[in-house]
Design a protein around this ligand. Structure first.
Ligand code: ADP
Ligand code: TRP
Length: 325
């Protein structure tokens, strides 16, 4: 039995990149009979960037609705909001007292974020990895499926946990391992760069049909005239289509490109229709949870009760060591 844990910040509505790159793979992993998954919404982490309450509430609901729409089994696994389990912030404090400042100074994700910042950088951004370590160590998680950019944060978690274990000469914490799936590709956005909410190039598959079509229409393409053959290998619409379509459909689309008399607009239409067809159920379930707040709350609160039991046991162990009991 492996204990798997991962979190997604509620800093936007999940886009196709988040779904194919993180949410779906985590749900697939959670379905394996030998795994037990702890999947949470890192809403406290989102405070490092988003300050507006209603915006965060909306994004938190959208992230929760996405996990549920994609079929997360909340009976088998544990699913919660980080902010509702107070042990996360308590453990983050304890761990911060075992975290050398130079370690945080070396965090590349902090450096990148502070380089991009226009105003003064907040302390939350600096101690972000400590809260992340608390998220992981609270649940004795063994495997942390994340993107490449998170490798260093998991290494830091191991270092902080080891420092703590050494101090008390005991294995208070389990040392987690990152699971970075190299086969997972980086999903391109509508401009061809990595799809990201920060680049405003993302596809929100839950948009109403007309708005979704407006976004798909904006996918960048070159100016090859309609009659001429087109190169599928360099076209963004073709790449996106290939992420969702069956091999047969991909081959069909390839020959249409190569045959000429097939415009990019037609390919975009086919991609748009494929999204609607393939995610019909998910779109419906997402809308259900977004409009039925009670159902969403019930799922989350049940998960929070389960999470508190596990987190409570760990924090009791930690308080004991630290002399806070
Ligand atoms: P964003 O870049 O939109 O801010 P996040 O950094 O919040 O996304 O990422 C949340 C999760 O989604 C991470 O696990 C990340 O690896 C995954 N992810 C984000 N964008 C992509 C993408 N374009 N392709 C594949 N996975 C992605
Ligand atoms: N920092 C992660 C990200 O931006 C989100 C996160 C917070 C996380 N706590 C975590 C991921 C714990 C894995 C485990 O993608």
């Amino acid at each position: 039995m492996s204990r798997i844990l991962t979190g997604i910040q509620s800093s936007g509505r999940p886009h196709l990149g988040n779904i194919l790159g993180a949410i779906k793979p985590a749900i697939d992993l959670s379905k394996q009979p030998d795994n037990e998954s702890f999947l949470f919404i890192a809403d406290l982490h989102s405070l490092t960037t988003i300050k507006d309450g209603p915006t965060r509430r909306e994004f938190t609901r959208a992230v929760a609705a996405t996990w549920l729409a994609f079929g997360l089994d909340t009976a088998k696994n544990t699913f919660w909001r980080q902010s509702r389990v107070a042990e996360h912030t308590e453990l983050a404090w304890h761990l911060s007292c075992f975290t050398p400042i130079p370690m945080l100074n070396n965090a590349t994700s902090f450096k990148e974020k502070s380089d991009r910042a226009t105003g003064p950088v907040n302390t939350g951004l600096f101690v972000y990895p400590v809260l992340q370590a608390a998220d992981i160590l609270l649940y004795d998680a063994e495997i942390i499926p994340v993107g490449k950019d998170q490798r260093q944060h998991i290494e830091m978690t191991r270092d902080i946990a080891s420092a703590f274990n050494r101090q008390y000469d005991e294995d208070v914490f389990v040392l987690p391992e990152a699971r970075i799936d190299d086969r997972l590709m980086t999903i391109p956005g509508i401009d061809g760069a990595k799809m990201s909410k920060s680049y405003n190039n993302y596809i929100d598959i839950f948009l109403p049909e007309n708005e979704l079509w407006k976004v798909i229409k904006k996918i960048k393409s070159d100016s090859t005239p309609l009659e001429e053959p087109k190169d599928p290998a360099t076209d963004i619409t073709f790449q996106l289509y290939s992420l969702l379509a069956s091999d047969e459909k991909i081959a069909e689309m390839r020959s249409l490109y190569e045959g000429g008399n097939y415009g990019y607009g037609m390919a975009k239409k086919a991609f748009y229709e494929l999204i609607l067809e393939q995610f019909a159920e998910e779109r419906e379930r997402f809308n259900f949870y977004m409009t039925n707040n009670d159902a969403l709350e019930a799922e989350l609160q049940a998960g929070e009760a389960k999470a508190r039991v596990v987190a409570g046991q760990t924090i009791a162990r930690v308080r004991e060591k630290l002399g806070f009991n």
